[in-house]
Design a binder for this molecule. Structure first.
Ligand SMILES: [Zn+2]
Length: 183
């Protein structure tokens, strides 16, 4: 009987703990959107590392890299970029599964090549670099990505859980690297 009540007590504590984490996450969401920020940081460090090599308007190059760094998640209904895409976002999320075609190297190359052809090859490369930084970021998570979709279906995965402590460590490392590059 006492074991049972302990057990119930533990379960209740665990539920309280989970509820607390859930509420904390909801409260923090507007300020630190999970993963979105990490992808932007990855995009920013990519820009700082390659900006000397790309010819063109530096602001456009920066914006294209940042766009590439968040664009793949347009296939995810609840992502910011999907909401910004409005009707286009809805259509894409309906036809593509999350981390399907939009998280493949093939799509990154095609989209960047089109942009490069119609605008500037350097701008195409900028979008590709941002896109690649997103794919690398997602490849480090347990869900992983099928980077060679649709040719090969295997997933590249990593240990960094979305919203977990390791993602925070990655963010801090990225911020340190960004500050070091800027200074
Ligand atoms: Zn993604």
């Amino acid at each position: 009987m006492s074991n049972n009540s302990n057990f119930n007590g533990d379960a209740r504590n665990l539920n309280n703990h989970n509820a607390f984490l859930g509420i904390a996450r909801q409260l923090l969401r507007p300020f630190i959107p999970m993963l979105f920020l990490t992808h932007l940081l990855l995009g920013l460090i990519s820009f700082l590392l390659v900006k000397e090599e790309l010819v063109g308007n530096q602001l456009i190059i920066l914006l294209l890299i940042l766009l590439g760094s968040i664009l793949p998640d347009i296939d995810e209904e609840n992502s910011r970029i999907n909401k910004w895409g409005r009707i286009l976002g809805k259509v894409i999320a309906f036809f593509s599964k999350h981390r399907g075609m939009f998280h493949s190297l093939l799509f990154a190359v095609l989209l960047s090549a089109i942009l490069g052809y119609v605008w500037s090859w350097y701008y195409g490369i900028a979008l590709f670099i941002g896109y690649l930084s997103h794919l690398i970021g997602d490849a480090l998570t347990p869900m992983g990505i099928q980077v060679f979709y649709p040719f090969l279906k295997f997933r590249i995965k990593g240990p960094i859980k979305t919203g977990g402590w390791m993602e925070w460590v990655v963010r801090i490392i990225l911020v340190v690297l960004i500050v070091k590059e800027i200074l």
